[in-house]
Ligand binder design. Structure first.
Ligand code: BGC
Length: 435
């Protein structure tokens, strides 16, 4: 990492904020796949999502935190299982709760980016074959239509699906997440259904909001992208790294941006060749070092963390340049605005998060200088929360949460991020005080 940190500014109009997901913060809902998974004892540290941050009951307090961070934007998700507790039956009180939350954000000068699916499913969907059943495509479209009919007048920016690749690999190939399947074929089957669901949802949002008189819809996917670098750079390693990227990322990017299904997901353009995104969303965390292994089950890829590299609490390499490399290459390819829909780190002692934020935003500044249209940065995450299979002990928040008392305290990195957002950059004085 660059230790010689200097002041810098982000361009005027650049927007900074944080991102969260409903299941990870809200608590209180038993009608979703993660509640059941936690009940079945799958969470590594034995914790549970049933309370999480109790955000459902603390919306006002948490919006105050967002304000204190000087955020201009906030990415949040909706819990499908609350909005549609039974197939085809929508709960007006649940959607009104979200409407109220969003209206409060807007009144506080914070623009919402709303995600429709972030890793959790209603139990009725889960029990009907989940994303392996192609009925999920139409169900997702119907849910989209209901949500947009209720919120379309106040929400213009949408993420249809968060990280389809991570969701599918963890849930259907590795079996670590619900429903705990372990089949690579299911992974590809789910990929096809999610790609088609995204396209239908994308079209629906545009269609309905246009009918309501709005032409400003911005809809995209939050793609989880990592850098795959060959270990020694041999030809075979490069091939394997490319193949890993294809199977874990490109199948989704090709499908969800222009409707192209590539092998082994499918072929051609079943829903027509189109442009099914208005911004390119990138969730960036780390890179993997790839070498060859004769194991077909692993698609011949051995994945490692770079030797001697700085790592976070979960052992992920901290590699800010990766953010530059990904944004640059996808911008060169698509020439559409880039939203960094997630970027953050697991650091329970808040020992390196401040530097992490500086170093990644410094890459953003370089990207902008090099002509890349990055418009947003959503730090993952606002406050410590239920980190899926890791439970409550993996801490990604710029706000610390005491899970016994649910008390929230802004961390040093959060104070730094707040000042950075206020100044739209880093001043010499901030470097002096924080770094
Ligand atoms: C997900 C978040 C998660 C974060 C840190 C992303 O993959 O979208 O829900 O908490 O990474 O693991």
């Amino acid at each position: 990492m660059d230790k010689d940190r200097k002041p810098f500014s982000l361009p005027e109009g650049f927007m900074l904020g944080t991102a969260t997901a409903s299941l990870q913060i809200e608590g209180g809902d038993k009608n979703n796949s993660w509640y059941r998974w936690a009940e079945q004892g799958h969470i590594k540290d034995g914790t549970h999502c049933i309370v999480a941050d109790d955000h459902w009951n603390r919306v006002d307090e948490d919006i105050q935190l967002v304000k204190q961070l000087n955020s201009k934007v906030y990415r949040m998700s909706l819990e499908w299982s609350r909005i549609e507790p039974h197939k085809g039956q929508f709960d007006k009180a649940a959607i009104d709760h979200y409407r109220d939350e969003i209206q409060k954000l807007i009144s506080a000068g914070i623009k919402p980016l709303v995600t429709l699916h972030h890793f959790s499913n209603p139990l009725w969907l889960e029990d009907s074959g989940s994303w392996l059943n192609e009925e999920a495509i139409d169900s997702f479209e119907a849910y989209t239509a209901y949500v947009v009919s209720q919120l379309g007048d106040i929400v213009s920016e949408w993420v249809t699906i968060n990280e389809p690749n991570i969701y599918l690999i963890m849930s259907y190939a590795f079996g670590h997440w619900p429903p705990g399947k372990k089949s690579i074929l299911d992974y590809f089957k789910g990929a096809k259904n999610m790609i088609l669901a995204h396209i239908k949802s994308y079209k629906k949002i545009h269609e309905l909001r246009k009918e309501m008189g709005y032409e400003d819809s911005m809809v995209g996917v939050a793609f989880h992208l990592r850098v795959y670098d060959p270990k020694k750079g041999t030809a075979i390693e490069k091939l394997v790294a490319k193949n890993t990227e294809r199977l874990s990322q490109e199948i989704f990017v090709a499908g969800m941006t222009e409707g192209k299904l590539i092998f082994p997901v499918g072929s051609g353009y079943p829903m027509g060749k189109g442009k099914y995104f208005d911004f390119f969303g990138i969730n960036y965390y780390t890179r993997d070092i790839i070498s060859f292994t004769p194991d077909l089950g692993k698609a011949f890829a051995k994945t490692e963390v770079k030797e001697d590299a700085p790592i976070n609490d979960l052992g992920w390499e901290i590699y800010p340049e990766g953010l530059y490399r990904l944004c640059k290459s996808y911008y060169d390819r698509f020439k559409l605005p880039i939203f960094i829909t997630e970027n953050g780190t697991c650091d329970s002692r808040d020992a390196f998060r401040t530097e992490y934020i500086y170093d990644h935003l410094y890459q953003v500044k370089k990207l902008v200088e090099d002509g890349v249209d990055v418009q947003r940065y959503y730090h993952w995450t606002l406050m410590d929360n239920f980190e899926w299979i890791e439970g409550l002990s993996a801490r990604f928040g710029v706000v610390e949460v005491n899970f016994d008392t649910l008390e929230r305290t802004i961390r040093k990195s959060g104070r730094f991020y707040s000042e950075l957002s206020e100044n739209n950059g880093v001043t010499a004085d901030m470097i002096e005080r924080y770094l």
